[in-house]
Design a protein around this ligand. Structure first.
Ligand code: IPE
Ligand code: IPE
Ligand code: MG
Length: 241
């Protein structure tokens, strides 16, 4: 427990696996896409809350490299929701000082979706309050492979010595290079797994698994998680006095 009287620090970076949309819809006899629509509303609420309370980076796992294998209709619906989100929210993100950033294999997106995403990132680039980092077409293994390929090319061209490759250099070649590692990782939806999310970056992240389905995830639960985080002792492998 953190017994100090100092004001407990706000986590700098919160990462969320937003899971459970499909089950939320199926529970009330609706099609899965309705769950994704409800989940998009939760995104609005949680983004605003995190910006208000002073979180620096919020990473949301929106679409995994494996999610491409879902039925084409569901993939299309998720892409449509992403485009609606960008259309609806870009102005508000600018007003709230939120910078949009995206990680993942964006070259797999349809060109028009990718273009709209890149435009939204550019338009919000001056935001200083928070970075909203969307993981789209993202897989932790893909990300590590891409970084390794870049490093290999540098070794091949003589720009880099093999022995110079260390934790810091690999970190600097990931999609998240400019972002701190997550302090908190939350997975909603009741599953206890990482599903290829931020495999490298989660090394010392505090993990939270919630049974709440993402569309039902609310402010109170996030505040409870942050409160719990502020009481945890992070040792990073050391012994603390
Ligand atoms: C998470 O909800 C959203 C995405 C993966 C895009 P799911 O669609 O995985 O919902 P469940 O897990 O089937 O309930
Ligand atoms: C993880 O959820 C991916 C996202 C939330 C975007 P999944 O529903 O795809 O993961 P699994 O299939 O339960 O591992
Ligand atoms: Mg799921």
């Amino acid at each position: 427990m953190n017994e100090s009287n100092e004001k407990a620090a706000m986590p700098r970076h919160i990462a969320i696996i937003m899971d459970g949309n499909g089950r939320w819809a199926e529970k009330s006899g609706k099609i899965r896409v309705k769950g994704h629509e409800a989940g998009a509303q939760t995104v609005d609420r949680i983004v605003s809350l995190c910006a208000e309370i002073g979180v620096e980076v919020l990473t949301l796992y929106a679409f995994s490299s494996e999610n491409w294998q879902r039925p084409a209709l569901e993939v299309a619906a998720l892409m449509r929701l992403l485009r609606h989100y960008l259309k609806r929210e870009t102005k508000r993100l600018i007003e709230q000082g939120i910078r949009l950033h995206a990680i993942g294999r964006l070259d797999r997106l349809e060109p028009k979706v990718r273009k709209e995403l890149e435009e939204a990132c550019q338009k919000t680039a001056a935001g200083k309050k928070m970075t909203l980092n969307l993981a789209i077409s993202y897989g932790g293994r893909d990300e590590i492979c891409d970084a390794v390929q870049t490093l290999c090319r540098k070794v091949q061209s003589g720009e880099l010595e093999c022995d110079a490759i260390d934790d810091e250099l690999l970190t600097a070649h990931l999609d998240t290079a400019t972002l701190p590692d997550p302090d908190i990782m939350i997975r909603t939806g009741g599953e206890y797994r990482i599903s290829n999310f931020l495999l490298w970056q989660l090394a010392y992240t505090e993990l939270y698994f919630s049974d709440t389905l993402w569309p039902d995830f609310a402010k109170a639960e996030l505040m409870q998680i942050i409160d719990n985080f502020q009481r945890r002792e992070r040792r990073f492998g050391r012994v603390l006095n």
